[in-house]
Design a protein around this ligand. Structure first.
Ligand code: GLA
Length: 338
């Protein structure tokens, strides 16, 4: 293949606070991280062919794409989903190389989608790019995800987290102070969102919103008056989590480390008890990590049901020796052509 060479990079993300709120228009505060996926190759021809340095098989997708959900291997569905959503007609032959662990709750799929989209010629404007890749994710995996992962990975800014209002898809950067460290710890509990109750949680939150209105704005009294106990808990999670996100952004601005830790811990309890997306393995890991000196707070991050937890620590804290993979991550730039 002799077409123009392209190289696109997109980061993974970690959610500092604000989970299971994006799909009902809530607030979230994720940050793009220094683990990323690179797609590199030559444009031209009538198919996309990408070999992965980490994953089995080669993604071979003929253009225009017929049905992305039937493509093999599984990871190639994201490639096909993107090619289909952006209506790609010019092909690409090359490689995918990633440091974002798959299935670890760090948005490896969003990183792949964004890198493929840019390599296939999509415009770099974060909101439309994120919308296209969110739609590709749903097409490829069947998971009715929100906009958070793709928008964070598209719009990330080095040294900053993003405060995103998913109702308006507007966002602002929030500086992550140098005296805080962000760690990701892999629980070792694998999960596939398509086989998890993620879609059920979304339906329940939407049902609660159908009764009460825009959940981030409803009064605590209105939430508690919901008769259905399950819907009441789902609504309570969204409402209180959005309050915590707002407060967390303020505490980051003030550099109030203790308050940041309290909010993160409260978020985990809400995800465990009201959203019901935690697992005993994640709860135990959060408890263990929170008992270490220097840890401000810890919570599950992303969809839950397994995957990773995030811990905020004072600078210089060491989280090695816990028997799980622990990695310090840094706030990084979003998807780009390089
Ligand atoms: C997954 C989805 C996101 C979001 C989180 C939970 O990562 O892709 O849209 O719903 O779960 O906050």
């Amino acid at each position: 293949m002799s077409g123009a060479e392209v190289r696109a990079v997109a980061p993974g993300r970690v959610v500092l606070i604000g989970d299971h709120t994006d799909y009902v228009g809530g607030l979230v505060l994720p940050m793009a991280i220094d683990l990323s996926t690179e797609v590199r190759g030559h444009r031209g021809g009538d198919h996309v062919e990408l070999r992965s340095a980490q994953l089995d098989g080669t993604a071979h997708v003929d253009l225009p794409v017929a049905d992305p959900s039937t493509v093999h291997p599984d990871w190639a569905r994201y490639v096909a989903g993107v090619a289909s959503v952006i209506g790609a007609t010019t092909g690409l032959v090359g490689t995918v190389d990633s440091t974002v662990p798959p299935g670890g709750g760090l948005s490896s799929s969003a990183a792949l989608e964004l890198a493929v989209a840019l390599a296939l010629g999509a415009a770099v404007d974060p909101v439309p790019l994120a919308r296209a890749c969110r739609s590709a994710e749903e097409t490829a995996s069947g998971v009715p995800c929100g906009i958070m992962d793709q928008l964070c990975c598209a719009a990330g800014v080095e040294g900053h987290a993003l405060l995103i209002d998913c109702a308006t898809e507007s966002y602002r950067t929030v500086t992550v102070p140098e005296d805080i460290e962000v760690w990701v710890l892999d629980s070792g509990q694998p999960r596939r969102l398509s086989e998890s109750p993620y879609a059920a949680r979304r339906r329940e939150a939407e049902a609660a919103a159908g009764l009460l209105g825009h959940l981030p704005d409803v009064s605590p009294g209105a939430v508690e008056s919901l008769e259905d106990e399950r819907l009441r808990r789902r609504a309570r999670h969204v409402r209180t989590e959005c309050d915590r996100v707002r407060e967390f952004a303020d505490a980051l601005d003030r550099g109030d480390l203790d308050r940041l830790g309290e909010l993160v811990s409260a978020s985990h309890r809400s995800l465990r008890d009201d959203a019901e997306v935690s697992t005993p393995v994640l709860d135990e890991l959060v408890r263990t990590v929170e008992s270490r000196p220097g840890v401000l707070g810890a919570r599950l991050t992303g969809a839950g049901f397994g995957g990773s937890i995030v811990a905020l620590t004072r600078a210089g804290t060491d989280l090695d020796g816990l028997g799980v993979s622990a990695r310090r991550v840094r706030p990084s730039a979003g998807a780009r052509l390089v």
